[in-house]
Design a binder for this molecule. Structure first.
Ligand SMILES: [Fe+2]
Length: 275
């Protein structure tokens, strides 16, 4: 990858001369960065678009690949054109009148689903039209760094709405994979929507070589960051090749209601021509 505060001229394998101006960022240089999107996007909790996006998490379907993990989700795919900063959704796959899905593929990066295309429930029409969600995708794109050759191609954008929810005091709701890992997509962002009566769910960032381990198994001096997202739209991003990351399971807190943690995940991958 190319980075640095410079205007760069680069010849792609296809012979086109591409000009790119890239800006050094902590996300790219260190491998992770934290953001307060409520402040950056000037959004309050009472904002109608925030409330509408929040409502999408109320009736998320159970993850069809882990129906007893306390994990609920929808997924949508989009395309970002880096040269015009234009984002559009890719049409979902309609399986029946009431059932639409999108395929999610991580290659061999998720050991729980190596080589598997997961068929996940599609996001609703109302969530695809949510302006705050589109603004979040654009914000995330603006944080990413690409070589001039990569910027000559569209980016695939994956957007997940994921809720961990558990009402059994004896059990945990878990993310997949439940270990330090890399996702495969070059840039990934997580945005907290809410935490309710939840214990746990903290994040850990570590070097790539710590993947497949849980944080308690690695030397404390390898932990690059450990934090908990608590406020609405509190966020972090990772440059996947530079770090591994982890989110801990959650348990139900002391109130009556279920323990819940809801996030929007956004990932970016370069698309390529295959001949
Ligand atoms: Fe991940």
């Amino acid at each position: 990858m190319i980075h640095g505060i410079a205007a760069l001229m680069n010849t792609t394998p296809w012979g086109a001369l591409v000009e790119s101006t890239t800006v050094r960022s902590r996300l790219f240089d260190v491998g992770y960065e934290r953001y307060d999107l409520a402040e950056r996007l000037n959004v309050s909790e009472s904002d109608p678009e925030f409330q509408a996006l929040l409502a999408e998490f109320e009736d998320l379907p159970a993850d069809p690949y882990a129906t007893d993990a306390g994990r609920y989700r929808r997924y949508a795919r989009g395309v970002m054109l880096p040269w015009s900063r234009t984002f559009t959704w890719i049409p979902e796959v309609r399986q029946s009148e009431s059932d639409s899905v999108n395929g999610y593929f991580q290659g061999d990066f998720n050991p729980d689903f190596a080589g598997v295309v997961r068929t996940l429930p599609a996001m609703t029409e109302s969530s695809l039209n949510n302006q705050l969600l589109k603004d979040i995708v654009l914000f995330d794109f603006d944080q990413t760094t690409w070589s001039a050759a990569d910027r000559a191609w569209p980016l695939h954008v994956g957007v997940h709405l994921i809720k961990l929810s558990i009402d059994d005091e004896e059990r945990e709701a878990i993310s997949s994979p439940n270990e330090l890992h890399q996702d495969g997509e070059p840039f990934v962002f997580a945005h907290l929507m809410y935490r309710r009566n939840a214990i746990g769910g903290h994040n850990v960032i570590a070097p790539p070589r710590c993947r497949h381990m849980i944080p308690s198994e690695i030397s404390p001096d390898l932990i690059m960051a450990e934090f908990e997202l608590t406020r609405p739209l509190e966020s972090y991003g990772i440059t996947d090749e530079k770090v591994s990351h982890y989110v801990a399971p959650i348990r139900k807190g002391s109130s009556e209601e279920a323990g819940q943690r809801a996030v929007v995940l956004v990932d970016f991958t370069v698309m390529r021509q295959h001949i």
